[in-house]
Design a protein around this ligand. Structure first.
Ligand code: HEM
Length: 397
């Protein structure tokens, strides 16, 4: 029998700081039955990463477990049906292969200069000496860059942010009918926009990701229009939501730990800092997997079809890997990190997200080395996401 734990994911103390709960579950062995989710939940790095890589587990819900959804939610779930994130091989392999063909590391690395220019412009245009750095910086960089990569007009970025924010609310613990209505409206509008935009690109090809996705082919097969729409929406949504909060959580922890000094000229130190931020306070805390077979986990046998929670937010607090994991220490050398997942669903945008963090953080801190928190930041009540409501900063150079 696994230990049972109760913890509401919408409790404010938990939302503001979920780590004491994670540490408690790790102390119980890292394998517990989380009553509020009604699921076996894994917290240790080794357990989480081995299940991410184990092909006997997957994201796609087995046919006999599908619960169906109210028909008014169809516009959202019909998009999800074509999302590589919700599929397993062979459908996943085909979709991911076609995307990786267009989303090459050369393409990502070629964005470095553009990210630098964008960060400099945003810093230059800060509205006053006290800013909500999430709105004026962290939110803007990832959405503008992914819009440019895809080839969607960047004047649309505010609209893209609204659609995306409304859609991802479907995954949070405090989901209400209001959230669902907004997500459905956003799904309809976003997919209508993408459909007409893809049509336009077909007739006027450019050197952008949408054009490459339209022409990408594997074994003579191309993406269908529905797959194209969903893939563009997935890249736009996934391409910024988590990066915004990695930047926000990173700026927060650096300002809360003023004793820590970073050599902003040293690329290696900046890369280390980025990994430490993603270990210490990652933006996505739980993903689940279905067991496609009966699987023995040592002290627990998972039934075929059972859903298991992988608590990515906790693996960085695993004492078997890190000494004093509750301390933020950018001098750590981190080789093991589940912030971007693992296995066949490993984040397609990890290199882009890292690049954005490695450019945006030093540029901000080099310009305003003495900036301070203007108030104690609060995390938004949207678990399993873990990002701030706002981040008010007094800018001082
Ligand atoms: C710090 C920022 C980011 C974090 C922490 C993050 C995290 C993750 C995680 C944990 C997964 C795997 C989920 C699972 O296994 O169930 C994932 C998948 C994915 N991410 Fe990211 N992500 C980030 C940025 C990005 C960016 C910038 C893009 C796109 C440009 C992106 C695109 C994707 C896509 C398409 C998938 C699905 C991959 C698949 O199913 O094969 N992500 N991400």
């Amino acid at each position: 029998m696994l230990p049972k734990v109760a913890q509401s994911p919408t409790n404010d103390d938990f939302v503001q700081n979920p780590y004491p709960f994670y540490e408690n579950c790790l102390a119980k062995g890292g394998k517990v039955f989380w009553e509020d989710y009604n699921m076996v939940s894994l917290f240790k790095y080794d357990d989480v990463s081995s299940i991410l890589k184990d092909r006997r587990f997957g994201r796609e819900c087995p046919e006999d477990k599908k619960q169906g959804y109210r028909k008014e939610l169809a516009p959202f779930y019909e998009l999800e049906d074509h999302s590589m994130l919700q599929l397993e091989p062979p459908k996943h392999t085909r979709l991911r292969g076609l995307v990786l063909r267009a989303f090459t590391s050369r393409k990502v690395n070629s964005m470095a200069e553009e990210i630098q220019t964008l960060c400099a412009q945003l810093i230059q245009n800060f509205s006053s000496n006290q800013v909500n750095i999430l709105n004026e910086y962290a939110n803007k960089i990832p959405v503008i860059i992914i819009a440019r990569l895809l080839g969607v007009p960047e004047e649309m970025s505010e609209q893209l942010l609204r659609w995306s924010n409304d859609m991802v609310m479907m995954y949070q613990a405090r989901r209400t009918v209001k959230h669902e209505e907004r997500a459905i409206k956003a799904s309809k509008e976003f997919s209508a926009f993408m459909r007409s935009y893809i049509d336009e690109r077909r007739s006027k090809p450019k050197d952008d990701l949408i054009t490459h996705l339209i022409s990408a082919e594997e074994n003579g097969e191309k993406l269908t229009i529905d797959e194209l729409i969903t893939t563009c929406i997935l890249l736009l949504n996934a391409g910024h939501e988590a990066t915004v909060h990695s930047l926000g959580n990173g700026i927060k922890v650096l300002l809360e730990n003023k004793r820590i000094t970073i050599d902003w000229q040293n690329e290696l130190k900046i890369n280390q800092l980025t990994e430490e931020i993603l270990r210490f306070d990652p933006p996505l805390h739980i993903f689940t997997r279905y067991a496609y077979d009966q699987i023995d986990l040592g002290d627990y046998t998972i039934k075929k079809g059972e859903e298991v929670a992988l608590v990515l937010g906790a693996t960085g607090r695993d004492k078997t890997l890190w000494s004093d994991p509750e301390y933020f220490d950018p001098s750590r050398v981190i080789k093991k990190n589940t912030a971007f997942g693992g296995g066949i669903h490993f984040c397609v945008g990890a290199a882009l997200a890292r690049l954005e963090m490695q450019i945006a953080l030093p540029m901000l801190f080099a310009k305003y080395p003495k900036m301070e928190l203007a108030e104690k930041p609060r995390y938004a009540d949207v678990y399993h996401f873990h990002g701030l409501e706002k981040l008010l900063i007094k800018l001082k150079d």
